[in-house]
Design a protein around this ligand. Structure first.
Ligand code: BES
Ligand code: ZN
Ligand code: MN
Length: 501
């Protein structure tokens, strides 16, 4: 389904529409909802449903109503909770909830109004937030359903944003749509099964985005990686017939003062390799490329935002399979930066491929900062569940910027400590390092392994194992499948970049 977003300065009540969406607070009813100009029939209907508590205005309460009014026959009443507790994230979630219900309305033309009651509560433009939420919420992955092909051609919904008070703008709506589309791109890549999304497909996705948005794209092949000495990445790839790809996307701005690298884990399927995973839920390891998807989605948005900064998007793409030539536990490989690494568990593959990608980008591009995103450890789900990505850093100022972007986007991150003692257990017995530690705190250990590959470059590692798929109870997230985590976070980080030393 396609959403077509339209902007107008007219009031909502002058429109002929199949349905309208109204955002209503739990504690102020219709009076405080900026909907005074609605036709009387609609207001009466809304008031009755409030009185009867068919609709309450509470967060997550979303109700389809019929108005009996010819020009606007349906109302989608969306609760936003208490007025005092409202911010852009609650608004985004409410819009997301509405987005989920769009198809059940059986409406082709739907309107909503941006009125001043919504404005003060949001640090980001409300129009942007609402369109972002609506577009994210209406996302569905049904490419593999029988009925998809004919249906997708027909289904489009026009969304009319009415802005008589000049609160938002056409541009803000466009930005909201663009941010959601970037996120939905990442969701699509994540949801695509591993038989249809190989490392080479991540490379073509990158090339497509690059072509559309004036970004340079280079794909390093295994032959080149071998020359460069990337044995950690190649070691993982050996167990699969599909060749690994190291994908480099370069966005340059003439007035850029700094360069930021975004590095994503692109394991298109993680079986564990010789250290084979158990069968239960192994299908979910098609999502092990969601870090890569986040980088791709973000680069697509960055290419359109045109920020005054250079951004290098890097994706280490491979499968982790136990083929006849797969690497074995006990193997010792030499990383791109020269460190010798003993592979004690072939299922700790993310840190291996990212280690080579990180040290390469640090050496080749000398970025002022690096962010990596990876579905790195199951332990991160144990630590933080599904409502925050885990962060490990070597630089507090950069972490603070990531935190700000997290607050803006609603894409939550939570820092974990990296006290030196945690890193002791990955010191190598036979080599310099080993790819797993002993004992608990697996997420921290995984992050600290990566730290060995960034030199002194300011760096934040985001473990998105818990946030990349199957996140429930967030209005704009699908009930199952990939979330597109990281995309809007990175977009906000880059857009609001403050140079760091
Ligand atoms: N991709 C997995 C991490 C993962 C597992 C993410 C389940 C989400 C759900 C990663 O490659 C992995 O296998 N990590 C191991 C590390 C361990 C061997 C030190 C893990 O978490 O078990
Ligand atoms: Zn993995
Ligand atoms: Mn693994």
């Amino acid at each position: 389904m396609k959403l077509i977003i339209k902007y107008s300065n007219n009031s909502l009540s002058n429109q002929k529409l199949d349905a309208i969406i109204v955002f209503i607070f739990e504690d102020s009813g219709l009076t405080g909802s900026g909907l005074n100009s609605l036709p009387a029939a609609l207001k009466k209907n809304l008031n009755t449903s409030l009185k009867l508590k068919v609709f309450t205005g509470k967060k997550d309460n979303c109700q389809q109503l019929f108005s009996g009014h010819a020009n606007i026959p349906q109302i989608l009443a969306v609760g936003v909770g208490k007025k005092s507790e409202m911010n852009s994230e609650t608004l985004r979630r409410a819009a997301g909830k509405a987005g989920k219900m769009l198809t059940s309305l059986k409406a082709k033309k739907i309107g909503f109004a941006v009125t001043s009651h919504l404005q003060k509560t949001s640090e980001t433009d409300v129009g942007q937030v609402l369109v972002e939420g609506l577009t994210l919420g209406s996302y569905k992955f049904n490419q593999y359903k029988e009925s998809h092909d004919e249906k997708s051609k027909l289904e489009s919904i026009k969304i009319q944003c009415c802005d008589p008070e000049n609160i938002t703008s056409r541009k803000a709506l466009k930005t909201g749509k663009m941010r959601a589309d970037g996120t939905n791109l990442a969701r699509n890549l994540g949801n695509t099964p591993a038989n249809d999304l190989k490392p080479k497909d991540l490379a073509s996705a990158a090339e497509n985005i690059a072509k559309q948005h004036k970004i340079d794209c280079t794909v390093l092949e295994e032959k080149q990686m071998k020359k460069l000495g990337m044995e950690m990445l190649l070691g993982v790839s050996r167990g699969s017939r599909e060749p690994a790809k190291l994908i480099l996307m370069e966005y340059f701005h003439q007035k850029a003062k700094q360069t930021v690298a975004l590095v994503g884990k692109g394991v298109t399927f993680d079986s564990g390799g010789i250290s084979l995973k158990p069968g239960k839920n192994m299908d979910e390891m098609k999502f092990d490329m969601c870090g890569a998807a986040a980088v791709l989605g973000a680069m697509k948005i960055i290419g359109q935002l045109n920020p005054q900064i250079n951004v290098i998007g890097v994706i280490a793409a491979t499968e982790n399979l136990p083929g006849g030539d797969a690497q074995r536990p006990g193997d010792i490989v030499t990383a791109y930066n020269g460190k010798r690494v003993e592979i004690l568990n072939t299922d700790a593959e993310g840190r291996l491929i990212l280690g080579d990608a990180l040290s390469y980008v640090v050496k080749e591009f000398k970025p002022n900062a690096v962010i990596d995103l990876a579905t790195l450890t199951g332990a991160c789900i144990t630590a933080l569940g599904h409502y925050a990505s885990g962060a490990i850093t070597n630089n507090d100022a950069l972490m603070e910027q990531v935190r700000k972007a997290s607050n803006l986007s609603g894409d939550r991150v939570w820092q974990l400590p990296s006290f030196p003692e945690y890193g002791e257990s990955i010191k190598g017995k036979y080599g310099d390092l080993q790819n797993i530690g002993v004992g608990d705190s697996g997420t921290i250990i995984g992050g600290m392994f990566l730290e060995h590959f960034v030199d002194k470059t300011p760096w934040v590692h985001l473990d998105i194992a818990g946030t990349a798929w199957n996140v429930k109870h967030i209005g704009y997230q699908p009930n199952s499948g990939a979330t597109g985590v990281g995309v809007r976070l990175l977009a906000d980080l880059i857009q609001n970049w403050e140079p760091i030393k």
